[in-house]
Design a protein around this ligand. Structure first.
Ligand code: LLP
Length: 421
């Protein structure tokens, strides 16, 4: 459920008509709903209520500081994957002891930053990383709490580009070698082993791969404890999928996910961490764009929008589907027409949808891409020197710009010419 609904004939974000926002900030823009973010976070809280747990929002899905602040105020921690995200989380007011640091390529500078600024744990993904962390931590005279991210060799049955838990994927250490690496970690200065981490992929629409992975983690926990390690925390990653097509898809609910965690890991007496991103932010945001032209092609009509692949790359990158709806509510039973919905960027890949059936829309009309709150704004670029589009936050009948559209001067003046020019 989200809070983007038609009311009085037009699409609203909570109690704000989208036309009001468009008038003030111009198009295209992203808009997020505080009530939806809150609801989705709360669903996870309820799902894990019986267990000692921390929900670390995967801020790669949406890292606007206003979004982070809403979640942090509800008690969220953050899953960060770069020094930049770490800084952003801290700037949004997230305490270091609620930040977990994931990622296959943490640099020594990033380790230094987190160790001096405060960190809950590093999710270490390789032996060389372990050695580097040991060196940085002991150099600073501190101890780095770690989990080791294990690769359980489970097929998440999701899009090829976002599956991460098969042995051919670059993530984690092979589960078959985990015990050896834990033994090595236990001997290293500056390292304190506290748990295990696993993340098998994103946009999973079935609990079975999660369960297969978590059962392996349960076994590994018992083995490692028998080997003498103190395993007190399991980080189970993110990845629970969301419905991208209204009415057609029903991915598992957080409550079912929580019950499965309880069933597979509940007897281990560990603290549970999860790192959901998309399920919290995905359907809490939409992208609003304007139709620039309705162009008649050979046997097809093109809706040319003022938003493009640089603003929302998911369709071009993953062939992802986003529901696209007019902001003015179509009359019930209105006839639908097939459109190719495209942006102005000079690439054929700048296509959001082909032969998508829409009620009649034309130049000047506003349309909305649903499910754009995760991996939308964060993956945008200034390709074609198109300014990053604004982000807006709605709460009830209020809205505020939470990242303004940059001016062309700001963009262009970032380049510097070398002294010889
Ligand atoms: N934890 C780790 C270690 C991750 O790598 C990810 C996502 C998450 C948590 C959060 O997963 P989520 O709950 O959001 O599924 N750009 C792609 C998605 C990439 C996901 C990368 N890792 C997309 O637009 O579909």
């Amino acid at each position: 459920m989200d809070h983007f609904l038609y009311r009085n004939g037009q699409l609203h974000a909570e109690d704000v008509p989208l036309h009001d926002i468009a008038e003030q900030v111009g198009t295209p823009f992203y808009v997020y709903s505080t009530a939806t973010l809150t609801r989705h976070f709360t669903l996870f809280q309820e799902a894990l209520a019986g267990m000692d747990h921390l929900i670390c929002f995967a801020m790669k899905s949406n890292s606007n500081q206003a979004v982070l602040r809403i979640l942090a105020d509800l008690g969220a921690g953050m899953d960060v994957v770069s020094g930049g995200e770490y800084r952003r989380a801290r700037a949004a007011g997230v305490p270091g002891n609620r930040i977990v640091f994931s990622g296959v390529g943490k640099t020594r500078d990033e380790m230094h930053l987190a160790l001096t600024g405060g960190i809950r744990q590093f999710n270490v993904e390789s032996e060389p990383e372990l050695l580097a962390l040991s060196e940085v931590a002991s150099g600073l005279g501190v101890t780095a709490p770690i989990t080791l991210r294990v690769n359980p060799d489970v097929d998440a049955k999701t899009h090829e580009k976002i599956a991460t838990g098969r042995k051919e994927d670059k993530f984690g250490v092979p589960i078959t070698r985990a015990r050896d690496i834990y033994a090595q970690a236990a001997k290293l200065p500056g390292i304190e082993v506290i748990g295990i981490d696993v993340h098998i992929g994103s946009q999973l629409t079935d609990l079975a791969p999660f369960e297969a992975a978590y059962l392996k983690i349960a076994d590994l926990t018992r083995q490692l404890r028998a080997d003498g390690h103190r395993i007190t925390r399991l980080d189970l990653g993110g990845g629970l999928g969301i419905p991208y097509t209204r009415g057609n898809e029903a991915p598992p609910l957080p409550l079912d996910y929580g019950a499965m965690i309880q069933r597979t890991l509940g007897d281990l007496e560990v603290e549970i961490e999860i790192e959901p991103g998309r399920l919290i932010s995905g359907n809490a945001g939409i992208l609003v764009a304007q139709v620039i032209y309705l162009k008649q092609g050979e046997g097809r009509d093109f809706l040319i929008l003022d938003a493009a692949m640089n603003d929302l790359i998911r369709p071009a990158m993953y062939g992802a589907h986003h529901d696209i709806i007019p902001v003015i509510e179509p009359v019930p039973g209105a006839e639908q027409y097939p459109f190719d919905i495209v942006g102005p960027v000079c690439e054929s890949g700048d296509t959001f949808a082909r032969q998508r059936h829409m009620p009649p829309v034309g130049a000047g009309d506003l349309i909305a891409f649903r499910s754009a709150g995760a991996y939308g704004a964060v993956m945008s670029s200034e390709y074609n020197t198109r300014p990053l589009i604004p982000e807006v936050l709605v709460k009830g009948d209020h809205f505020a710009v939470i990242r303004p559209r940059p001016t062309f001067d700001e963009i262009i003046n970032r380049d510097t010419l070398p002294p010889w020019m």
